[in-house]
Design a protein around this ligand. Structure first.
Ligand SMILES: Cc1ncc(COP(=O)(O)O)c(C=O)c1O
Length: 395
């Protein structure tokens, strides 16, 4: 008896429902910024989270090369709690805390681990976590792992959240957690109202700024700074894999919080530190992000213009002002059909299907980057409309 045959059956079911995911070999175009190479074809890259176009910035690559040349080691070879806490970790964390106007910061291997480890360190049995239904999977997984009560409120529905907070008076500790910019919808969280509820109900507030750092705030600090609520957010999480163009993540907050996480965040304690070259790359990227005003302004302009062009053509564009522009296709099959048509027009953009998004709201998500020019995106908008017609999404 083949005890693993159930997997074949499950995979067949995924395939039949157009829900199977596969890995496609992808390279970057050396000559064209904001483009990628797939199957021998050069495609406009509207898939990546490289919001500021820094993933191929020469100064960041040089900082990483410099660390390798200085023989810092290709790997850290130990957890930070042992001997993996090499330079420039401490300088980087001091700079991150100053940038976020908080007391302290802690670098993690990636955003997934930062969310998982932090939530689990903050809450446990007898506590309650109030989480927006559209929060990132790493938040959901952190809550499940923590064994705290998982209270999901309707997306951005602060009345629903308040109703649930009222009912939770038996919880020992309460944590409200939200993405600031939602990764699959591109809209933003009602941070002012969440701060008010945090105060009224004595809850901690954690904000995941994965898609907002680099993009919002006077020096790219994120949406908490742009909305002037950074003092009230107890825990700020950000990742270096998106606008920073590198890899890794941080949790920033009070000195007490960071001291606690150094002791209790298991992905930090029980996992090897990021390679020193990566920490050096992040450090350089942080300097660039803080002064990348032109890139931020350009990104904001192209995002507004691109949204407007698609909406005017009759596509179902989800509301927001971020560089994440989702267009609803409906069924998973329709979203895949649109992707295929886009590829024929030289555009790469991912179909986002259930269970990542609710059934019936499968979509194609366009992610813009400061590396894209006005002209390239204007042409892309026209191609997207043609592709939508071909795919039968636009009558
Ligand atoms: C909102 C959000 N949080 C966390 C993460 C995880 O970050 P990382 O890619 O650094 O693991 C992501 C990445 O997709 C994200 O979109």
């Amino acid at each position: 008896m083949n005890t693993m045959s159930w997997i074949d059956n499950e995979l067949r079911a995924l395939e039949d429902e157009s829900l199977e995911r596969t890995l496609a070999d992808t390279g970057v175009s050396r000559s064209l910024p904001g483009h990628l190479m797939r199957g021998g074809q050069t495609l406009l890259d509207l898939t990546s989270n490289d919001y500021l176009g820094l993933s191929r910035h020469p100064d960041i690559a040089e900082a990483m090369r410099g660390a390798l040349r200085a023989k810092c080691g290709s790997g850290a070879a130990a957890s930070r709690l042992l001997t993996g806490n090499r330079p420039p970790y401490s300088e980087l964390e001091a700079e991150l805390a100053a940038w976020q106007k908080k007391e302290a910061s802690l670098v993690f291997a990636n955003g997934y681990m930062a969310n998982l480890g932090t939530i689990r360190a903050l809450v446990g049995r007898g506590d309650a976590v109030f989480s927006d239904r559209l929060n990132h999977a790493s938040i959901t997984d952190g809550i499940i792992l923590s064994r705290a009560g998982h209270v999901r409120y309707r997306h951005n529905d602060v009345e629903h959240l308040e109703h649930l907070l009222k009912k939770s008076d038996k919880a020992r500790r309460r944590l409200i957690v939200t993405d600031s910019i939602f990764s699959m919808d591109g809209d933003s969280a009602p941070l002012h109202k969440l701060v008010e509820l945090k105060h009224n109900y004595g809850a901690m507030l954690m904000v995941d700024e994965a898609h907002a750092e680099g993009v919002y705030g006077p020096s790219g600090e994120g949406l908490c700074h742009a909305m002037d609520v950074h003092r009230e957010a107890d825990v700020i999480m950000g990742t270096f894999s998106k606008a920073f163009g590198v890899y890794g993540a941080h949790i920033t907050g009070s000195r007490t919080l960071i001291r606690w996480l150094v002791n209790k965040a298991r992905p930090l304690v029980y996992s090897t530190a990021l390679p020193p070259s990566v920490a050096a790359g992040i450090f350089r990227a942080l300097g660039i992000v803080q002064t990348a005003h032109d890139r931020r302004n350009h990104l904001q302009e192209i995002s507004g213009r691109f949204r407007q062009k698609l909406a005017q053509a009759g596509l179902s564009v989800m509301p927001g002002d971020s560089p994440i522009v989702p267009v609803i296709a409906g069924s998973s099959r329709d979203s895949l059909r649109l992707c295929e048509a886009l590829e024929r027009h030289g555009i790469a953009a991912p179909a986002i299907r259930p269970p990542t998004v609710p059934a019936g709201s499968a979509r194609v998500r366009f992610s813009l980057s400061a590396a894209h020019s006005d002209a390239v995106l204007d042409k892309a908008a026209e191609s997207i409309v043609s592709a939508a017609e071909e795919a039968g999404i636009l009558a």
